[in-house]
Design a protein around this ligand. Structure first.
Ligand SMILES: Nc1ncnc2c1ncn2[C@@H]1O[C@H](COP(=O)(O)OP(=O)(O)O)[C@@H](O)[C@H]1O
Ligand SMILES: [Mg+2]
Length: 508
């Protein structure tokens, strides 16, 4: 619910907990055990941002957010709560776009292999250091030459050529073992089975398409179906990290705005940080910190706040803690840590409150206008204006197909036929390159004869030949690749490509 000062989230006996829009890029945390009210709180925030004209992206892991597209007021828990708070409920439906990597319940969401980049891919494929090194060599060669790897077939072709040209590549880039390339290829096959073939490809999601406001001035709420996706934690977290990376590399610096340009909600947030070594974690942390100045706010949602690394947790200024259970010593430590992260309120013990909160009740501390965390309040969270029930699946599909974004992303380039086309192009290019080689040999011989014939040109010709040899030594293998193989690998962009902090392209 909106108030002049911001998004009204909860009510304590003394005051209203109000999220200030100008502080929403300071990131936030929504924590609590299952069934304690995290999703409803998330929904309330999404509604508030939409009303403020701020678009929102949510990963819907449980599949219980589709009701955002439908006016609420039917649920007894909502009506009871409104009565308890003395509120008149104003049911509202929100402008929603549904997205689905698996292409069943929403607009297809894709990214290209090239854009996801070697760092996130290595993590996703769970590669060891040597394998990750080879993957980054493959990307470097592609990037230096401006070849865009689009889907998994392209990456496979690229790796096959790295293996083939191993001898030459090793001279410039270091060790490339055929066994490691084989291991990466096997991982790629597994990834393909898990939905990777659907996720990687074109047309890729343009993040600018998320940052839109409807004709009525409300921000769009983008819901990613996370039910199946979150069962593939590495695919799920790669997608979210890629979005972060893309936003970071493509949005201009804006400093502090009166409201964010986009707010992301990351459910099961601990998955973002699993499988990350020190260096990658540092990069992720850096992007999370710096993305604030690009006008992007992130709310991390998790059961146990300790699952969020300290360096990230320290950046979360707006905190909403639902109940935690504490039966085991480990759970008690988690509760104590959660309690310690709040600025205490003399009126009650934070530690005791955490374990006694009822459903839809939370400890809330938000940043004030100076950016200082307020004293923690024990609040009843407001009821949402949209429906708690699910949207009817047929109605959902109707919205998907009617979505203006659907037309842009619905059609995939059929990877099967694309692959066939590419294979044909390889054969063609191979014949052309054989001809080119013969031609080059003939020219070389002619030059040699000319050199012998014209003594006065001997010195110049010698230098030319020297230079030619130098080029051949340096780039010969590359030329051979670009003639024959590269036509099988993605698309040429004709310039070299530069990568950013998390390995996706720099766009500015
Ligand atoms: N703010 C709220 N207003 C009304 N009902 C709520 C509220 N918070 C929680 N509830 C009720 O509690 C149930 C469980 O909350 P939910 O947000 O799904 O928990 P979690 O996401 O933490 O598992 C909801 O389905 C709803 O019936
Ligand atoms: Mg939930």
């Amino acid at each position: 619910m909106l108030r002049e000062q911001g998004i009204w989230i909860g009510q304590s006996p003394e005051r209203q907990a109000m999220l200030l829009p100008q502080m929403a890029n300071r990131h936030g945390l929504i924590a609590g055990a299952t069934g304690t009210g995290k999703t409803v709180t998330t929904r309330l925030l999404a509604e508030g941002f939409s009303e403020l004209g701020v678009p929102v992206f949510l990963a819907d892991v449980k599949g219980d957010l589709s009701g955002l597209a439908k006016a609420g007021g039917q649920s007894s828990s909502v009506n009871e709560r409104a009565a308890r708070l003395g509120l008149t409920l104003e049911p509202a439906a929100y402008p929603v776009s549904f997205w689905d990597v698996y292409q069943k319940t929403g607009i297809p969401l894709r990214a290209t292999v090239a854009d996801v980049g070697p760092i996130l891919l290595a993590r996703m494929l769970d590669l060891n250091e040597a394998q990750a090194g080879i993957l980054s060599i493959a990307f470097r060669i592609a990037d230096e030459n401006g070849w865009l790897l689009l889907d998994l077939n392209d990456l496979r072709s690229m790796l096959a050529h790295v293996a083939e040209e191993r001898g030459q590549i090793q001279l410039r880039y270091g060790n490339v073992s055929a066994a490691s390339v084989g291991a990466i290829q096997r991982r790629l096959l597994q990834l393909e089975d898990q939905g990777g073939a659907l996720f990687f490809g074109e047309p890729m999601l343009e993040l600018q398409d998320l940052i839109t406001t409807g004709r009525d001035g409300r921000g769009r709420i983008h819901i990613l179906d996370g039910v199946e996706l979150s069962r593939r934690p590495l695919l799920y977290s790669t997608l979210l990290l890629w979005m972060l990376s893309e936003l970071y590399e493509s949005l201009p610096e804006v400093g502090d705005l009166e409201k964010p340009r986009l707010v992301l909600f990351f459910d099961e947030a601990h998955l973002l940080f699993s499988n990350t070594d020190g260096d990658l974690l540092e990069r992720i942390t850096q992007v999370i910190r710096l993305i604030r100045s690009k006008g992007v706010g992130i709310f991390f949602s998790t059961q146990n706040p300790r699952d969020i690394p300290d360096a990230v947790a320290a950046q979360l200024g707006n905190r909403i803690q639902h109940a935690l259970r504490a039966w085991t010593p480990a759970e008690m430590r988690a509760v104590a840590a959660a309690a310690d992260s709040f600025r205490p309120n003399p009126a009650f013990s934070t530690l005791e409150a955490i374990t006694t909160l009822e459903t839809g009740e939370a400890l809330i501390s938000l940043l004030d206008a100076e950016g200082v965390p307020a004293v923690v309040e024990r609040c009843l969270v407001l009821p949402p204006a949209s429906a708690l029930e699910l949207l009817d699946p047929a109605e959902r599909l109707r919205l998907v197909v009617a979505d203006p974004l659907y037309d842009r992303y619905a059609d995939t380039i059929d990877p099967e036929s694309a692959h066939e086309i590419l294979t044909a192009r390889v054969a063609e290019a191979q014949a052309a390159s054989d001809q080119a080689r013969e031609e080059a040999a003939r020219l070389k011989q002619e030059r040699e004869e000319a050199r012998l014939a014209a003594a006065e040109k001997r010195e110049a010709a010698r230098e030319e030949k020297e230079a030619q040899r130098e080029r051949e030594k340096k780039y010969g293998w590359l030329t051979r690749m670009s003639n024959s193989a590269v036509s099988a690998i993605g698309r040429e962009v004709g310039r070299s490509l530069v990568r950013g902090v998390l390995g996706s392209f720099k766009k500015k």
